[in-house]
Design a protein around this ligand. Structure first.
Ligand code: GRF
Length: 191
């Protein structure tokens, strides 16, 4: 069972998933492996980690495409080459077209840095602080046509502390993302 991970940046979630998949019993138990990491940015730091771990990498620059549809069609073609059982969005900062989502319907997941359905979209940590929330967190969910909506698979909660900034809160949430994302994926691969 091949897993394809899409990133745009640092790729710390991708790295957490790769590390989990390298654990002795992971691949054997689930028969699953990270087959490729795809980025829309050549500069994405996560690509280096992927290459160092012997994982195939692909870069598809969205700026080379006139339309979202054209980019997504090529992206789907690249992903399909790796015959994915699961497509994992891990800090992939592109809005996906309905056609793309439909193509991978039922086998695509995302992680979002809020307790969905609260705070879909960007700037989740600042918005949670501004609202006076006492807790924040992260959500792994199945991807459906609407942005940051879809059946929830896993969540983790962290406190918001009085002195938190968006950055300190983001760091606290990110440590939990690294826990729940590999776990949710392992669970899906088990089924
Ligand atoms: C994570 O907070 C993820 O939830 C959000 O973007 C960030 C990506 O971080 N969508 P990384 O690239 O996995 O380090």
């Amino acid at each position: 069972k091949n897993i394809v991970i899409l990133i745009s940046g640092g790729g710390s979630n991708m790295a957490a998933i790769v590390r989990a998949s390298q654990q002795q019993d992971w691949a054997g138990r689930h028969g699953a492996r990270v087959a490729a990491v795809v980025s829309n940015k050549a500069s994405a730091g996560g690509l280096v980690f992927a290459r160092e771990n012997g994982i195939a990498t692909e870069v598809l620059d969205h700026k080379q495409f006139a339309t979202r549809e054209a980019f997504d069609a090529e992206l789907a073609r690249i992903i399909d080459r790796h015959d994915p059982a699961l497509v994992v969005l891990a800090g992939f900062m592109r809005i996906l077209t309905p056609g793309f989502v439909q193509h991978f319907e039922g086998r695509m997941v995302n992680i979002h840095p809020s307790l969905l359905p609260a705070f879909p979209g960007l700037h989740t940590h600042q918005r949670a602080i501004d609202e006076g929330c006492k807790f924040a967190g992260c959500t792994v969910h199945r991807v459906t046509a609407e942005l940051d909506v879809g059946p929830i698979l896993e969540q983790a909660v962290v406190p918001i502390l009085p002195d938190d900034t968006a950055d300190t809160l983001a760091a606290r949430v990110l440590t939990q993302e690294h826990v729940i994302y590999p776990r949710a994926i392992a669970q899906l691969m088990r089924n």
